[in-house]
Write a protein of this length. Sequence first.
Length: 203
Amino acid sequence: MAARVTANRPTVPTANANGDDSIGESVTTPTTPSRYRPPAGFMNEALAEDETKNMQPEEMMRRIQSRHGRWYTFAKMCSNLYKQDFNSGMVSEMTGVDPLQQNRWIVAGTVYESIKHDVPPEVLKYFEDQSAPVKLEPFRYLDIEMRVDAALYMAANDLQPEMCETLARSMKEWERRPIEREGFSSHPGDCLAFMYFRGVSAD
């Protein structure tokens, strides 16, 4: 078992100016304290194997604290730390990343990993932005095919996080109403139209 990181936060160096320690672009994450803790078994999908699986806990903590990297790499680091008996509170104490953000990275990371082989490079690049976890997280309840369609639509229309959540809700609603949705395809735009149509009909 890997050595535990003590409760006192160590002094952690950030990546140097030449980028020798870089794993990607910088990501700035809010560090507002939170009591949220990801529940056990909250993910049904595992993040893909990657270069972080053999990192020591101290190294992963240091990289997360520096915020020098891709958000989906941080997701894998958090997931690996949990597997090594570090809970979200310990990770928060050592890195300054609150448990809610850790959970968002991990959940969005499962969505990202599930679509990355089925979308063009430019679409994948769109989801490297620091706002991507908030945009992708709502699609955790959709199947992979619908996630891919949603990702293409989000990138093509540069949807804001609030609209992404609305889109995810509309696609799930379309999926649940096979009789009422007649005339509306599974295309994300049609799903939105179906949701708005139902809203108008209800009024």
